[in-house]
Design a protein around this ligand. Structure first.
Ligand code: NI
Length: 432
């Protein structure tokens, strides 16, 4: 399928952060094949999308999520992380079936594509059911089977979670035309024994696979680690060799300056989740200091139970404002910096040069933002408009791999009514 976007205001996110007015973008076989050229003969067989009055930009990359947790949206709020996780979330997750995971995932994917996310980085359970939702919906995803282990021991050859993680990685990494990639995911240092983390690192090394982990999210995690091991969570994982694999570390709220140096040294990506950290009162991550030292920082929503939505435009907005506010410095996390965090930095975290950018040769993961909204007028500066004024609901169209998944309120690959019906059924069973 070929598409020609005509007359768009294009936010390229290329090296020079070019914003091009009245620009045409040509998409062919899932790839952007030309930017800024119009009228070429070979383009006459393309479906033309009139993008006048709209802004075309790379799709957003949600850097940390647990997509099926939409099922627990607005179920357990106004509590601290330990109570929320151990007393409310884990008991419901115990009861979740593959069916619940599948419908919860589809609901989360609907929400993401309707608010401009084209790729998400996720950690959860029942991976085959999440994969099914990703495959059917057409979204791009970097997935991992999150694993925990509370029992001492060194032989994990029969560990259910780890074996499922291995099966998942073998079977699905690179599947669906490369839309699905895999990682290994020790849930966190407080939900895995040291020996178990070692086993996961060994496994990831064996497959040359990346890692996705929660890191230094709360003061409790930080202080318990100091007490137990005499070092910070970052130093602890560094010493175990976890960061030798390409790693996305979610949260990093309590990291020290020395930790930042270690993360920079190992090219670890921090997935910053401002809403989730605020809601659980975990704190505010030292993102400006990490960026200053060259750490790759991306943005995530976290699960819908600690946010309580999967709308990346909210994270973009908040990530910029919160640092200015808590540091008394309006120059921190400028519009262009936060837009990088939501696009090209996400691509870098995945080791993908052809995502998060509009240029010839990049994957056609694109969104159109409707500029015909009172809160987007006048448009003095497109990047500022995206960060400080835009809403997720301004997204008009979402395309992944050259395929339109959402347009003008309509889901092209997901039956909204069916999802609504089944979500109710799942929730009646889980919470009834
Ligand atoms: Ni999380």
């Amino acid at each position: 399928m070929k598409y020609l976007f005509k007359n768009a205001l294009v936010v390229t996110m290329n090296q020079n952060m070019e914003v091009i007015r009245s620009c045409d973008v040509f998409v062919e076989n899932g790839i952007i094949s030309a930017v800024g050229m119009s009228g070429a003969k070979e383009r006459c067989d393309a479906a033309v999308i009139d993008a006048s009055g709209k802004l075309l930009m790379p799709g957003l990359i949600n850097g940390h999520c647990h997509v099926p947790m939409t099922l627990m949206r607005n179920y357990a709020d106004d509590m601290d992380l330990q109570t929320w996780l151990f007393d409310y979330i884990f008991p419901v997750e115990e009861k979740m079936s593959g069916e619940d995971i599948y419908w919860g995932s589809l609901l989360g994917i609907m929400e993401m594509i309707a608010t401009g996310t084209t790729c998400f980085i996720d950690m959860y359970d029942h991976m085959n059911c999440i994969v099914k939702a990703v495959e059917e919906s057409g979204i791009r995803a970097h997935l991992s089977r999150g694993v925990t282990n509370f029992e001492e021991g060194t032989d994990f050859s029969r560990h259910k979670g780890l074996n499922e993680a291995i099966d998942f990685y073998r079977r699905w990494n690179g599947a669906a035309n490369g839309r699905i990639t895999g990682a290994f995911a020790p849930h966190a240092i407080y939900t895995c024994t040291t020996e178990f983390i070692r086993a996961i690192i060994e496994t990831a090394k064996r497959f040359n696979a990346p890692i996705h982990v929660h890191l230094d999210e709360t003061r409790v995690e930080h202080e318990d680690c100091l007490k137990k091991y005499g070092k910070t969570p970052t130093r602890y994982l560094y010493d175990l060799g976890l960061f030798d694999q390409r790693t996305v570390a979610a949260h990093c709220v309590w990291i020290t300056d020395e930790d930042i140096d270690l993360l920079a040294e190992k090219n670890v990506t921090i997935a910053h989740n401002p809403t989730s950290n605020l809601k659980l009162a975990s704190g505010v991550a030292p993102v400006p200091r990490a960026l200053n030292k060259g750490v790759n920082v991306i943005l995530g929503t976290d699960g819908a139970s600690s946010n309580n939505n999967l709308n990346m435009f909210e994270e973009i907005h908040l990530a910029s404002l919160i640092q200015k506010g808590v540091n008394n410095d309006p120059l921190l996390i400028k519009a262009k910096t936060v837009m990088r965090m939501a696009t090209t930095n996400g691509a870098a975290a995945l080791g993908a040069k052809d995502l998060g950018i509009i240029e010839a040769g990049a994957k056609a993961d694109l969104i159109l933002v409707d500029l015909d909204k009172p809160h987007l007028m006048p448009l003095h500066n497109a990047l500022s408009a995206l960060v400080y004024s835009a809403q997720g609901s301004d997204v008009y169209m979402t395309m992944v791999d050259g395929r339109i998944l959402y347009e003008n309120g309509e889901f092209k690959t997901i039956d909204k009514e069916k999802v609504r019906y089944n979500i109710k059924k799942c929730c009646d069973r889980l919470f009834g």
